[in-house]
Ligand binder design. Structure first.
Ligand SMILES: [Zn+2]
Length: 1097
């Protein structure tokens, strides 16, 4: 009806009817109701009413009907739907609509509440127009509205009139979007008044619509301020000689700030996500088709020959791998039979139960990866029952002496003899000089001898030696204790944190209270990188902070209240943005006291911290007690838009910031603890790990070469690892087989904040060199080229996203330059080289971390799926596509507990044209080119459902990925008979069990993708308005208006002057939700690939 001009026709009838000298209300009233209903659904209704002069007519009639509330109500409805358009609203304002409404909106009275309510709603709609808001400020409406609200509030103990109160609050909220509006709101004591009211009725469910509006108004009315920093630019600078003009690559617009999304993230359901995504899909078939050809002279490829020594090695020089320059007393940590098990039975963190405390990590011979898949061992995990440290201490009130190590080690020997603070963040050079007893280095040595538990593939002495070679623009002198000492995962994955109802509101009110009740506010800077020296307050009773170590990120700490600190993280080097990753030391705490931390310069629109994720904590005292490890901890966690903003550089838009708040109860008093966004994994940790791995392998069997891809801008070597099996003999046959093994290429950690990707890569590396039969088969059949850290400099400097030049390296694959993006340039060069000699990799996968979604999933590339998603014709002649890119994710879906097919996507977006995945697919022609995304948080499906990832689960994912590669090969037509036979032998006897298990974990063979889960965010107990935009208010009231009209139409007897009591408590705001993004992947499964994969059946 609307598309056929129905609105216009009805509006014309209205104008004609109204212009008759004595309008017939029997016609007019039903017409007005009809108009209001149509107007609700016609987005252009306001403009149409304006064009047809129906707006003037309605306003005039409304004015005339002031004494006749039943008629007036109808006019208000029409005005309400007309005012949805800002232009119309402004026009109504000019014509005096606000004055009219102020005549209708009276102080409290039991009469005409319906009219008052409708009028407040029209007024709120009008005030969305800035010119109306300005007029409202000039006429002193802010104070009037506050008084009106106060009046209704004070007469509304049982919340009968919440809708009127809500309407008035929304008026204030809209006015407060103007700076002058906020000033008027402050001057009229708006913050104090509303804060007091909000605190009173926070928990009253019947007041909910009003409370929600109060919160929105408080947030909008809060004065804006710039971040407490002199400049948003990073505190660390890299003298970038390569680029003469260090200008940002493009002018920043507000949209840039809004869409500061993670790798391959889904848009938030702000407006029309499906449409936005479609807009980004590449529909140019030319750009989707393979583009063979080089981005550099062909001669250059020759240099990559030396990165593939395996292709020319004659194995006459079989020798032991490189040793390291430290004389290790104990080289036996090298575990030849290591499998990245999820559980380390001997290691417990914060566990009072010592019965299971074994002397050594057991390593059952049966624990091969296939066995674990078969027996489902890794899937039977339960949430950790360990009490988190805060509960342990708070229940006892003090430190728990029984929490000491069962092995009887005295925790802190001769404590006065050494400076614990120096131990908790030791100096790099101290360790290298010959240690004398009593000195830091000597004490550390002593501690290592007495306390250090064996951690697979970790050695503090090697770590320290490696740290001396790690180069930074900052010149770090310290290493963080957790990286040095090592990390043992807790015995089980920790459950996601259940969000306490209303927690965000409580936090926001606490923030507002800083302004209205400033008596307990301290506001003292206690740590800052921005001074010529690093400022560190050592006042007793105040926490001490430190972050000047590898991967450390904390720029400033401000003590707000006795137990509350505002923290600011550092922007990426040579940039003013990308604040997300944090990693710092905190000391001087009291046990059993919750400390509130607010990281106030977040940039993302939303965070997994709103959906069960907790930050990670490492306690030095716990580590010395034998419980070395990061744990997820923190309560009262939420993430929301705050009042800090900054003018964006070029476009002049405003950039808003977000607060991540959490409370930590530390396990011990006067401890040294480290807090991080996610389990840290430094560049030095990687270099240590690679050396120890190399030491661990049997060089007669495993070919393990640690090469260097290139030097980074910061002067750190970027390692390139080659893993395959040694030929059994140097006979020509054997050498031939060795050299013709297909390549598999894995890269990781291009985004430094995504430390989860490093743990996944660590799992893959350890698995590939292990004695697991699957690993052996993999080595014998493939050559693995692994670049475990594509952005070492970023990792070293605690960046979240970028290189030292402030560039996102995963947007540089189209045309990298050797002197600007060396790691990407040479990684691409190596891939070109392999392709040029006919050795294109079977699979290319780049490991990432995802901050918005849960589970693990792959992004791949498909022309057909991209066109299909974009609504283009897929059946174009000549468009043939191999669907083999779907096989690996489907295998992983059945195999890996954390992986889910339902989150995978195979669309090629324009904005991702320069990512590794798309470039390797398009330019090298690797059909199976992927980005693997691992959630920072945890899983919503499978055996880990409801659990947060620990490092064991991440490492397991790395091993499972490798197993997936083997099964992919078994299913391929090129699979050799020999491999099939060997795999069959391996699977023999266990085949049924394996099969059953796979059936089970894939939900009866249908695949987990058939689960109803579409949205990756579970619904929260409360509506999380993290943005503070509160854009939902009008949308929510429209269906309500619809309902009112309906109701009125069915109560024709409703007469003038009748007293009405509005239903209050029963009036539930109907939250309108945009339809969930339609996920087509399930459908696509059927279209493209149904029934292809039946493992072992
Ligand atoms: Zn990433």
């Amino acid at each position: 009806m609307i598309s056929k001009g129905g609105s216009e026709a009805l509006l014309r009838v209205l104008v004609d009817t109204a212009r008759t000298p004595d309008p017939d209300y029997d016609v007019l009233l039903p017409l007005l109701r009809l108009l209001a209903k149509v107007g609700l659904r016609d987005k252009k209704f306001g403009q149409k009413a304006l064009d047809l002069e129906a707006l003037d007519v309605t306003l005039i009639l409304a004015r005339k009907s002031l004494a006749h509330s039943y008629h007036l109500l109808h006019y208000l409805w029409v005005l309400r739907v007309s005012a949805s358009s800002v232009t119309t609203a402004a026009m109504l304002g000019i014509n005096g609509a606000m004055e009219l409404l102020f005549k209708v909106i009276t102080p409290y009275s039991r009469r005409h509440t319906r009219i008052v309510r409708a009028a407040t709603e029209v007024l709120a709609a009008l005030l969305k127009s800035k010119s109306n808001s300005r007029r409202a400020v000039n006429r002193g409406y802010v104070a009037s509205l506050l008084r009106l609200h106060q009046d209704w509030y004070s007469h509304d103990a049982d919340h009968t009139y919440v809708t009127i109160r809500r309407g008035l609050l929304l008026c204030l909220k809209h006015i407060a979007t103007l700076r002058s509006g906020r000033e008027a709101f402050l001057a009229a004591q708006g913050l104090e008044t509303l804060l007091g009211m909000a605190q009173c009725c926070l928990d009253q469910e019947s007041a909910e619509p009003a409370v929600s509006a109060m919160l929105q108004t408080l947030r909008q009315g809060h004065p804006r301020s710039p971040l407490p920093l002199l400049t948003a630019r990073s505190a660390y600078a890299f003298p970038d000689t390569a680029s003469a003009t260090p200008e940002p690559p493009h002018a920043l617009t507000e949209e840039d700030f809004e869409d500061n999304s993670d790798e391959e993230v889904d848009k938030d359901s702000e407006s029309d996500p499906a449409k936005e995504e479609d807009d980004d899909l590449e529909t140019d078939v030319d750009k989707l088709s393979a583009k063979p050809g080089l981005d550099r002279p062909e001669e250059e490829l020759a240099q990559y020959q030396h990165m593939c020594p395996e292709l020319s090695c004659s194995f006459e020089e079989l020798q032991s791998p490189l040793g390291y320059d430290l004389n290790l007393e104990d080289a036996q940590h090298a575990n030849h039979h290591h499998i990245p098990t999820v559980t380390f039975p001997g290691q417990h963190c914060f566990n009072k139960d010592h019965s299971s405390w074994g002397p050594e990590r057991t390593n059952p011979a049966s624990a091969s990866l296939l066995c674990r898949v078969k027996t489902g061992r890794s899937f039977k995990r339960r949430p950790s029952v360990n009490a988190p440290p805060n509960r342990q201490t708070s229940s006892a009130g003090t430190e728990d002496p029984s929490g000491h190590d069962a092995s009887g080690i005295q925790a802190f020997p001769e404590e006065d003899a050494w400076d614990r603070e120096a131990i908790s963040c030791p100096r790099i050079r101290d360790f290298s000089s010959s240690p004398k007893p009593g000195e830091t280095a000597g004490v550390l040595e002593q501690l290592l001898r007495a306390h250090h538990k064996q951690i697979p593939f970790h050695d503090p002495r090697v770590y320290m030696a490696k740290a001396q070679r790690t180069r930074s623009a900052v010149g770090f002198e310290m290493v963080a204790f957790p990286d040095l000492w090592g990390h043992c995962p807790p015995s089980g994955a920790q459950p996601m944190l259940e969000r306490r109802r209303g927690i965000q509101r409580i936090k926001i009110l606490e923030d507002v209270r800083r302004l209205t009740q400033p008596n307990d506010i301290i506001n003292r800077v206690v740590f800052s990188l921005d001074e010529p020296w690093t400022l560190q307050d050592t006042t007793p009773g105040c926490l001490r902070f430190f972050s000047k170590f590898e991967s450390g990120n904390l720029r400033k700490a401000i003590q707000v209240r006795e137990f509350e600190y505002d923290l600011l993280t550092n922007a990426d080097v040579n940039s003013s943005e990308h604040q997300q990753w944090f990693y710092f030391r905190v000391s001087g705490m009291r046990a059993a006291v919750p400390y509130r931390f607010n990281i106030i310069n977040g940039e993302k629109l939303n965070s997994q911290f709103n959906y069960g994720m907790q930050p990670t904590l490492y306690s030095v005292k716990e580590a010395l007690l034998g419980r070395a490890g990061w744990i997820r901890t923190g309560e009262e966690i939420c993430y929301y838009k705050n009042h800090y903003c900054q003018h964006a550089t070029a476009a002049g838009g405003t950039k808003h910031y977000y607060t991540l708040t959490f409370s930590i109860t530390f396990p011990h008093s006067d401890d040294d603890c480290y807090l991080a966004y996610h389990y840290p994994y430094t560049y030095t940790a990687l270099m240590t790990h690679l050396d120890l791995l190399e030491k661990s392998v049997d060089p007669q069997r495993v070919y393990f070469r640690q090469g260097v891809l290139c030097q980074t801008l910061g002067g750190n070597p970027c390692p390139l690892v080659t893993i395959t099996a040694m030929p059994e003999a140097s006979s020509p046959d054997q050498l031939e087989q060795f050299r013709h093994r297909p390549y598999q290429v894995i890269t990781a950690r291009v985004h430094p904040g995504e430390s989860n990707s490093s743990w996944v890569a660590k799992g893959a590396l350890e698995f590939l060199v292990s004695e697991d039969p699957v690993a052996r088969l993999l080595r014998e059949n493939f050559i693995f080229k692994i670049i475990p850290m594509l952005n070492p400099d970023g990792v070293v400097h605690g960046n979240h996203r970028c290189s030292l030049r402030g560039e996102d390296l995963n947007r540089q694959w189209l045309s990298p330059r050797a002197h600007l993006q060396p790691t990407v340039y040479h990684a691409k060069g190596l891939l070109y080289y392999l392709t040029s000699i006919g050795r294109r990799p079977v699979v290319f996968c780049d490991f990432h971390g995802h901050s918005q979604r849960k589970n693990v999933f792959l992004y791949g590339c498909s022309v057909k799926e991209t066109l299909w998603q974009a609504g283009c014709a897929v059946g174009a002649p000549g468009l043939v596509e191999d669907v083999s890119y779907r096989t690996l994710p489907r295998i992983l879906d059945k195999l890996a507990p954390a992986f889910t097919m339902s989150s995978c996507s195979f669309s090629v977006e324009k904005s991702r044209a320069s990512t590794a995945r798309v470039v390797v697919w398009r330019e090298m022609g690797v059909a199976r080119s992927y980005t693997m995304e691992t959630s920072y948080c945890g899983c919503t499906q499978g055996p880990y459902q409801g659990l947060q990832f620990g490092t064991s689960e991440l490492q397991e994912m790395g091993a499972m990925f490798c197993l997936g590669l083997l099964i992919l090969e078994l299913k391929s037509v090129s699979c050799s008979h020999q491999l099939l036979a060997r795999a069959a032998a391996l699977l023999n006897g266990g085949e049924d069990a394996l099969d059953q298990h796979l059936q089970r974990c894939s939900g009866g063979g249908g695949g987990r993708s058939s689960s109803p889960e579409l949205d990756d965010e579970p619904p929260c107990l409360e509506e999380i308005d993290y943005s503070g935009d509160g854009s939902s208010d009008q949308e929510a009231s429209l269906p309500e208006l619809d309902r009112q009209i309906q109701e009125c139409a069915s109560h024709r007897e409703w007469g003038e002057g009748e007293e009405e009591e509005e239903e209050g408590a029963g009036l539930k705001q109907s939250g309108v939700r945009l339809p969930a993004t339609v996920q087509n992947s399930k459908w696509l499964h059927r279209v493209f690939y149904d029934g292809d994969l039946c493992m072992f059946t």
